[in-house]
Write a protein that binds this ligand. Sequence first.
Ligand code: A2P
Length: 319
Amino acid sequence: MALQEMPKVGLGLWKIAKEDCAQTVYDAIVAGYRHLDGACDYGNEKEVGEGIAKAINDGVVSREELWVTSKLWNTFHAPEHVQLAVEKSLEDLGLDYLDLYLIHFPIAQKFVPIETRYPPEWFFDPTADEPKMELAKVPLYQTWHAMEALVEKGLVKHIGVCNYNSALLHDLMTYANVKPFALQIESHPYNTQEKLIATAKNYGLSVTAFSPLGALSYLELDMASANESVLEQAVVKAAAERVNKTPAQVVLRWNIQRGCSIIPKSTKLSRLKENLALFDFALNDSEMDAIAALNADKRFNDPGDFCQAAFNTLHPIYD
Ligand code: A2P
């Protein structure tokens, strides 16, 4: 039987290069990871599938012991394209069901056929003289109803959303026939998102924090600088010393302890193990509060910034 609960720590697959991906996934499963968080847009689902297949073939794990998440890309929002998209992800992953399928962004872009380009990414036509994002007129409720059909067909066990704000969640709850299982959002001590998380929990959603180490995720993309690292904060270092763990483990544990799942990415075996070893210590109330007080509503992953900077298109979704 498929897993009923999403394991608290998953391996985030964003930015894992194809050439490292199968081995990283395999190593992570051997190290004890049972939750993999991927997406069409990460461009590595075939390699993720290779890592999973090797782990299953070697007898490390069974399919049913794994929780595999993927995400519907923006260009597949139209109801007639949603099943196409999940079937492509399933084929690449070598699986016959996903545990969780999420709407990646509340942004509907014009359809790009799989044969034309995959993953389609942000530009409608990257070869155009001035490439831009092009939007499709598809309301989110239509996409959601097509996601619901995937559950009915047994292609996915659960469905959910990413990068929604509270207003979109309230709206979703007015029309959802299949209740959203999870909300995935950027969250770390510089962006604690307390109100949004409380809203999601009030509706019974599970909340997953992406980029749980904050700026670290964005250094390799030149979207943050090293001096923005939360691991350098005195309160984090002091807690790390008290519990005899690394600053990264303290920051990750903080998110778990306040009730979120986390999906840190690493391609280094020692860090993969470090990021999973979060359950033999606890932060005390004053440490939890002091880390939460670092909040600066700092968003590193904001379409309002990167769509303009990298994709020549103004498209804010948060104000
Ligand atoms: P690396 O893969 O070299 O370990 P994300 O926020 O997208 O999950 O990415 C996390 C970033 O932080 C990655 O760049 C990863 O790099 C790095 N990282 C992951 N785990 C740790 C850790 N325990 N300590 C320091 N850096 C880490």
